[in-house]
Design a protein around this ligand. Structure first.
Ligand code: MRU
Length: 383
């Protein structure tokens, strides 16, 4: 079950509601989300008391963005365990809630494995539930650490590629603290550039159809005091042509073994534009987004979303009464069919570099990516 209430006091950063938190009120454990469907108009928390509520929150994009989906999935398993539900059932439904962001299943499986291992060891369900929660908390913390290391590495790469400073960066979708245990992926790099006094402007694609750029990235950019400008996705071409973009920085939902990058639909056209205009196209993502089991871009399952997201517009803060099927304001004739893939896939040859917490690969090749993943496994084993 999900419940909503206004902003609570608890926070990891002052004046900011965390995108996700675990809470243990007297009524029992809950996963509390900042409801991203209500931003930027309202900062409202959504309280999930069971895995089905969390699955619904994932599907409706109340919680979203690849790294955060992983954290949410792990907490969801911990929630099912703590409340005495069937953990394997919960894990299945959570892992299948959205198909493209590999982090979701990575997070779910990690918490599930911790639960199973502890149950096998001690036979105690409470200890097993505590182990699942421990795994979720560890993932949350690791993601925050990965975020700051990506920011550092990403800024170093930007400075190397664009030695003049005064970076004008174009970004797509939303990749800040709303998708992360820390300050995000691509947005964290822009933020680091801003803090270092080297960001001239962040160009923010509005990101049709669900406006993650306009609603969420602009919200985060405004909060951090950076110079930013919003544009419609189809204005990007003329912006490149005018020489106003020094680099494109985006996140990723899944990176295949060959370096193909699935990210929010609209990323691939930016990569094509960037190549034509000789502008670096940089992907910033934690290693949890790299999926060695997916060999190439064609093997990535791209989520198809309902047509009403295209045929209607929805002001997130204003629920529209009564209208079927999406409840938004129709902008197309009734019955219009829509093509609405949530993601597209950019081939590795269009990606200048992939920046992870363990290092960057450039040029992007299967071998370089495999080597980076192997190196990080070795580091993890030593630790
Ligand atoms: O459909 P969403 O909003 O969950 O899309 C995910 C994204 O925000 C992006 O594709 C993002 O750039 C990768 S997640 C850091």
């Amino acid at each position: 079950m999900a419940d909503q209430y206004a902003q609570s006091g608890e926070d990891s950063r002052p004046n900011e509601i965390p995108a996700i938190r675990w809470d243990e009120p007297p009524e029992g454990p809950v996963v509390v989300l900042l409801d991203q469907t209500r931003l930027p108009a309202e900062e409202v928390e959504l309280v999930c008391t069971d895995a089905p509520a969390l699955v619904e929150a994932i599907r409706s994009l109340a919680v979203r963005g690849a790294p955060l989906l992983g954290i949410a999935g792990a907490y969801g398993v911990a929630l099912a365990a703590a409340r005495g539900f069937d953990v394997d059932d919960a894990a299945e439904s959570l892992a299948g809630a959205r198909p493209t962001a590999v982090n979701l299943s990575v997070g779910v499986r990690r918490a599930q494995a911790a639960y199973r291992a502890e149950l096998a060891r001690s036979g105690d369900v409470e200890q097993a539930a505590a182990a699942a929660l421990g795994a979720a908390r560890a993932l949350h913390k690791e993601d925050a650490e990965a975020s700051s290391r990506m920011a550092e590495r990403g800024l170093a790469l930007l400075d190397e590629l664009l030695p003049g400073g005064g970076h004008r960066i174009l970004t797509h979708c939303n990749t800040g603290s709303l998708v992360s245990g820390g300050e995000g992926t691509a947005f964290a790099v822009a933020l680091a550039a801003h803090r270092a006094g080297r960001l001239r402007r962040l160009w923010v694609d509005e990101t049709r159809p669900l406006l993650q750029g306009a609603r969420l990235t602009a919200y985060e950019a405004a909060r951090s005091g950076m110079a930013y400008t919003l544009l419609t996705d189809n204005a990007a071409g003329s912006l490149f042509a005018a020489g106003e973009v020094d680099a494109v920085l985006i996140g990723a939902d899944r990176i295949a073994a060959d370096g193909s990058v699935a990210n929010k639909v609209g990323s691939y056209p930016l990569a094509v534009l960037a190549r034509y205009h000789h502008v670096p196209f940089i992907v910033v993502a934690p290693l949890t987004t790299v999926d060695p089991q997916t060999p190439d871009g064609a093997s990535i399952e791209v989520e198809q979303r309902p047509g009403f997201e295209v045929t209607e517009v929805m002001a997130p803060q204003v629920p529209v009464a009564g209208a079927e099927p999406g409840g938004g304001i129709p902008v197309a004739p009734l019955g219009t069919q829509a093509y609405n893939p949530a993601f597209d896939v950019t081939p590795p040859e269009l990606v200048t570099a992939i920046v992870t917490e363990e290092g960057a690969v450039s040029p992007v090749t299967t071998e370089a990516l495999a080597e980076l993943c192997a190196r990080s496994r070795q580091v993890t084993q030593i630790l």
